[in-house]
Structure formats: structure tokens, C-alpha cells
Design a protein around this ligand. Sequence first.
Ligand code: GLC
Ligand code: GLC
Length: 657
Amino acid sequence: MYEQVSHSLLNEILNELKPEIRRSDLRHFYTRLGANFYAIHSLFLHLYGQRDDVKEKMIRLVEVMASRYIERSNELEQLDIAREQDHNWFLSQEWVGMALYADGFAGNLEGMKEHITYLQELGVNLVHAMPMMVCPQGASDGGYAVSNFKDIDPRVGTLQELNDLAAHMRQRGMLLTLDVVVNHTSDEHEWAKRARAGEQQFQDYYYIFRDRNVPDMFEESMPEVFPETSPGNFTWNEEMQQWVMTVFHDYQWDLNYTNPGVFIEMVDVILFWANQGADIVRLDAVAYLWKKIGTVCQNEREAHLILQLMKDCCQVTAPGVLFIAEAIVAPLEITRYFGEDAIIAKECEIAYNATFMALLWDSVATRNAKLLNQGITSLPTKLDRATWLNYIRCHDDIGLGFDNADIVRAGYEPLAHRRFLVDYFTGVFEESESRGLPFARNDKTGDARISGSLASLAGLEAGIEANDDEAIDSAIRRILMLHGMILSFGGIPLLYYGDEIGTLNDCSFLEDEEKADDNRWMHRPRIDWEKAERRHQHGSVEQRIFDGIKKLIAVRKSVEPFADFNNRELLSVENEHLFVFLRTHPARPSETVLVVANFDSRSQHLDLDNLGNRGGFRFGAPQDLASGESPALFKNQLVVPPYRFYWLTDQHPTGLV
Ligand code: GLC
Ligand code: GLC
């Protein structure tokens, strides 16, 4: 948009840029800055306009964007241009992701590069390499307490190795996702150290208070993230004799985004990693970016404005780079991270589908799809050019983040139902095959979340221990069915490393004093490559899971209705054990795939003549794309065996009736 005030300011800013910036070839940069400047300037004014130094800061921001642009390699800039031209590129069904810790996966960055072929063998072409920036040993929160945002932890590798890895992956058509931990720094970060030493400029980077007045006001409405290990949201600092806001652990200091200096630093960090070859940047804990007394300090409007502003800035310097929002919040709140009031995503193009993840686990425990159907019905439609990250497990705990109203609609009492789920996954419930542990139990609220590896939660550990082939078989089916869901739901499936070979809980963290109080480590494995080798042994657990997932991935990539263009329709069916939805080809509506999953331990029937809102569905010769088999039909009734799912198409196009 052209608007005179911001246009003349833009001219002024460009004149004031440092000479070395002015002399560079900034043709593309200028075009994009011009196109985005009105939005950038308005948001910046909205957030920081009341400050005397707002213009100076605005100039500084443009300088940062320009410097990072000048530094951006030719190759990456060509990618930017190609992606601008094909701007829906990431909605394709061809992307399949995996999240992993480089050291857990293969020791370090070099090992990771050597094992890229393993990921390719499976079909993975997008890797979220968990944070590997410099962190203090011990107080690292698994990489999320960063003490230097611009270098790699020497135990994992070097910046040069990361660049090599990124280039290696690019050659293979694979995408790299890196984290930027935007909400906080480690207390060992230089900014925190200088704040402790008394430098006001750096004390202003954080929320620091002389006495308990303000902290107490905040505490009245702020929940606790780690109630057991890090109660409260403030930590007393002896050196400064002041209170510091620490929402996560006491060694993670929350950054103060009311200070434009902080915003500019973090834009610089994002662009820095974009220039190291990140195709996608995962913005950590974005719900927490803005704090306001009297609120839960999550999902505040300003947090969204900050993300929009980050997106606009990134659009100017590195427009090919996408953002993932890590906002593990209520279902309605999550979708807002795609961008409020926008038609196409204007904050983060991608968001964790924590709702779907939690609902899938609900269905595993209850053996029915009542809450799953209810929760998905309530899930708002996404914007265009925005997509989900669909996952079953990640490095964090499983929060039961669905809506209480949906629990009630599904016929349960929220408190009792949540308690049942925690009991179920922690093996307290008698008939449970699950082997998880409770995480972050909060005695004040009765809340708890769940840790444990996918395989152990799905019953594989119990099955193997009991030497029970049937239980092992059921667990494998469950694992494949859950993958079948994230691979077909619509969005980018994000597998979790180790799950592809049925990795069980790893309890060795208990022997490590620095990890023992955080049981999320039980599902952050070190890959056992001998175990992984067994994927070549016909009939082994590893082979059945690995080949099963590999096949599903290959099929997904060839099924265009699985691309994500808001082309999914949930079908309400009478049988409560079944989760049924229809995927439609984005350009050819007659091409559909009917997804049917049975969460029950017994076979279930689906009446194809009576498919809820869709009327009926008549198959000539139904074909299950997932297995390549033709499931039996009797009087237009489909039989779905226990923990099995189908991706059905019709060989003969009879289709809808
Ligand atoms: C995110 C990370 C989690 C970490 C937290 C604090 O939620 O996924 O592992 O503990 O942020 O940085
Ligand atoms: C983030 C997530 C929360 C998770 C926590 C620690 O705050 O929002 O769900 O439990 O990190 O893992």
C-alpha cells in the first residue's frame, strides 16, 4: 500500500543508511521493502510509537534487514525468487517431515550428514533439527535455553558444518527447519550477564523488578509451565538483588518485547539462521511473547502483532523462508497464529496441530472417536496458504489441550475424563497397555501432562515384555494407524525420530543428575543403529514398522488429494469407533480418497449407504491405497479390522450416490 507519511519516512531512512549498505545492489530488497514498508511501519508505530527513539529504532531495523540481505547467498536468493513465484509450494503432499536431535540421532552434525540417506530411505524430505545453539551444560532445557544465538554448541558441531549440511540437504531436495527461541534467553547469555552486572541497557531486555509488587500482580493470573521443578514465574537474582521474570525454568529469562531493541535483535537472529540455510524457522513458545498484568500472559494481541512484524521483515530479506508457530494452546487460539484478520497467512505459515495430536491420543485410550470427531468439527477452517504440522509425538510432553466444551459434547465429564487419560497413559488404569509417566503434575489445579515414547504409549513395550505376539501386533497396527492419520489429514506430517523403528522409553535420563527431574528425556532417544539395522530383518518389529511407514509415505506423496488446500471434509458416521473423512483433489473434485480408521480392539462396520452429511458412497471396486488391497464389502458395508485404517479410492468411478 502507498501511503505518503510512511513513504517519505522510507526515503529518509534509505538516505540515512550506512554508506556500505547504500552502495550494495539492493534492487530486490528495495522492491520488497517498498511493498512491505507500510505494514512494517504501522505495526512498529503501534507497538513502539510512544517512545522518543522510535525513528532511530526504525532506521536500525531497516539496517538489520539490509545487512542480512547483503549477506544472503546467491543460491538462497534464487530460492527466494523461485518460491515467490510458486508461493503455495509447501502445501503439496510431497513434504514429509521428521523432528530430531542431531546428537540423539547421529552423535553430531557430521553424523547427521552421514545418516541423511537413512531419512531418504524412509521418504523424509524435511528435517526439523532441534535446537543446537550454544547452551550451558545442565541448564539447557534440551536446547531451549540459549546462551549464544549465533553459534552452534561445539558438542554438536560448527557453523560451517551446519552450512555444509544445509547445502547437502538442498542438493537432495530436502528442507531444513531450525529453531529460534524467541521468548527467552539462558541466564548465561551475554545480555543476561550484562544485566546482572548492572547495565541498564540490558536490564531493559528483560522483565526485572526491585520488589514483589509487580510480580505478585502478574502471579495472580499467570499459570505455571513447570509447576514441579520451576514453580512461579519469577526468580530472585542475588547479584542484582532483583526479581526476574522466568516463565519456564528459573534459568530461562523472558525477553521484554515492549523494548524495540529486543525485537530488532531477534529479527536479526531469525535472519541470521535464514542465511545459514534454514528453509523454515520454528519460532518457539510464541504464545508467551507479550505479558500483561491481569491476563494469563498467553495469546495476547501484541504477541500476534510481533509475529506479523517478524513475518513482514523476513518477507523483505528472505521471502522464501517459512515460519512455524509453536503455540501449544487452546484449539481456537492456535489457528490465530496463521494471522488474524488476514485472508492468507500473515504470521506463521505453519502451526503445530496440537489439537489433532491430543485428540488422536484420546481415541487411542477410549478406543472410540467421539471426542476426536467433536474436536475436529470444532476446529476452525484455516486461512489459505497456511498449513498444519500434524504430529503424534515430539520432544515435549503430551498436553490434553482440547476444549472442555467438546469433552462435554462427547459425553464425558471434563475433570474425570482428563484424569482417566492421565491414568491410562501412565499405566495406572488397569486395562491399559500404555507405559508413560505423568509430567508437570500440578496439585493446585489437578492438571498433568504425559511423557513417553510413541511405541511405549501405544503398547509395544508392554507387549514385548510379556512376549505377547498379539499385543505386539496390536501395538504395531496402532503405530501405523496413527501415522496413517497424520499422513492423510492435510498438512505436513512431522514424524519423530526413533518412532520409525519402534523406539521404547529410554530411562537412562534418571542416572543423569541434570536430566533426572525432567522425564521428557525418556522420549528423546539416542538412536541405537544396531536396532535400526534390524529394519532389514524380515518380520522384526523394526522392519514391520519401518517398512509400514515407508510405504505410507511413498503412497502419500503420490496422492494429490492429500495436499492441503482446505480440501478435507469430516463425515459424521453412526459407528463411534470410526474416524472418517474425505479428501478431495484440489483441482479435480471427482477424485477423492475416503479415510476410515478404526480405533477399537474389535472389527467395526461402516455403512457406506449412510455417510452422514455426504449421503452415501458407493464403490465399484474399492481399493485401499495404504495396503494395496481391496477390502471386502458386504451389502455396501465396509469391514474395518481392529486398529486398521483405509485410504479408499474407487477403481470404477461410481463415487457418491
Ligand atoms: C517449547 C519447547 C520446550 C521448551 C519450551 C521452553 O515449548 O518445545 O521443549 O521447554 O519451549 O523453551
Ligand atoms: C511449552 C508448551 C507446553 C509444554 C511446555 C514444556 O510451553 O506450550 O505445552 O508443555 O512447553 O514442554
